[in-house]
Design a protein around this ligand. Structure first.
Ligand code: HMG
Ligand code: MG
Length: 304
């Protein structure tokens, strides 16, 4: 079977944000900064650092400005932050992110639970944020949650994804994440969500964001790769989950994603050993083992 897989992929680590936002124990800003430093040293060129959301909703991200200020930035690395509204954007702007992220959902119920408004209202809130960011020369990404399944509504039809992608395109969002927030997707469903998104965004501007709750994240990644998608998001040490998606576990571990890509001869620009060390660093800070089979296998091999 002939497959035109990409020769390289761009991996964005979302662990400092999507991963740590779900941790109940407060993680010191210095640890978050150190994690970002270790990720960039391992070769990550895109890092989702934090979010400028309400500290009442997500206390772990309350140190957003401190974390952004603490990073020694590397040329060629893109640092992004989440901004749900103008208040968040104005606070974020002061910290000079390279990219801001507005985040919506393909599911009405999840939109309400996560950002306290309907899909249409969310777009009305995002529009001035996108405009202000573009005027300030900051790139804009749109995260689309629940593109396959929703913890409150169940299955989500691809038409809902296409609808949201069209709304995001309409307000000037430059690229989008197709997220399986609760990790229920399987390959054909991911391809349907991707196809729905590709009606509005170019292949280069679509990113796969898969959670691994049901252990499907890597096969879903492969399904997207087979369509030519070459941007993916993952969390070092498999950190995370979403506080408004009960029971959903972390993103696919960056270590697992990188191992798969390298094994397929696909370039990531990432040093797997250094990445594993970054995962050990943050896992030790949280008092646990990295949630990555690749990390565990490599660590076992190192210790013999
Ligand atoms: P709201 O209560 O409707 O907002 O929340 P509001 O405008 O009515 O304001 C209420 C209070 O919040 C006010 O404070 C505002 O100042 C404050 P008070 O007067 O009560 O003291 N406030 C803010 N504070 C700081 N930064 C802000 C901000 N905005 C208002 N930006 C809001 C609406 C969106 C703020 C709230 O629902 C919220 O913060 N939600 C955060 C949800 C979140 O972070 N979820 C996780 C990220 S999404 C995700 O993980 C999915 C993703 O990974 C993809 C995937 O896997 O699906 C991206
Ligand atoms: Mg997520």
């Amino acid at each position: 079977m002939a497959m035109n897989l990409p020769h390289r992929v761009r991996v964005m680590d979302v662990g400092p944000r999507d991963g740590l936002q779900n941790e109940k124990q407060p993680v010191p800003a210095a640890v978050k900064v150190e994690l970002v430093h270790r990720l960039q040293a391992a070769g990550l060129k895109e890092i989702e650092v934090t979010s400028f959301v309400s500290p009442k909703w997500v206390p772990q991200m309350a140190d957003n400005a401190e974390v952004m200020a603490g990073i020694h930035r590397e040329v060629g690395v893109r640092y992004s932050v989440l901004t749900p509204n103008l208040q968040g954007f104005e606070a974020a702007l002061k910290t000079q992110p390279d990219e801001i992220v507005v985040f919506g959902a393909a599911s009405e119920a999840f939109s309400q639970k996560n950002i306290n408004c309907s899909i249409v209202e969310s777009i009305e809130r995002f529009a001035p944020v996108v405009k202000a960011a573009r005027e300030a020369g900051i790139a804009v990404r749109g995260a689309m949650s629940c593109t396959v399944g929703c913890p409150y509504e169940g299955d989500i039809a691809p038409e809902r994804v296409s609808y949201l992608a069209g709304l995001m395109k309409g307000i000037g969002v430059q690229r989008v994440d197709v997220a399986d927030t609760i990790g229920v997707a399987t390959p054909r469903k991911v391809q349907a969500a991707m196809e729905a998104t590709l009606k509005h965004f170019a292949l280069n501007d679509v990113c796969g964001h898969f959670h691994d709750t049901y252990g499907q994240a890597l096969v879903n990644t492969l399904a997207a790769l087979q369509m030519g998608v070459w941007n993916f998001q993952s969390s070092v040490a498999g950190l995370g989950g979403c506080p408004y998606a009960k029971g959903a576990t972390g993103n696919v571990a960056t270590e697992d994603l990188v191992y798969m890509m390298h094994g397929m001869g696909i370039d990531t620009g990432i040093d797997l050993d250094q990445l594993i060390d970054a995962g050990v660093f943050i896992s030790e800070a949280l008092g646990r083992q990295p949630n990555s089979l690749v990390s565990r296998a490599v660590l076992n091999k190192r210790s013999v």
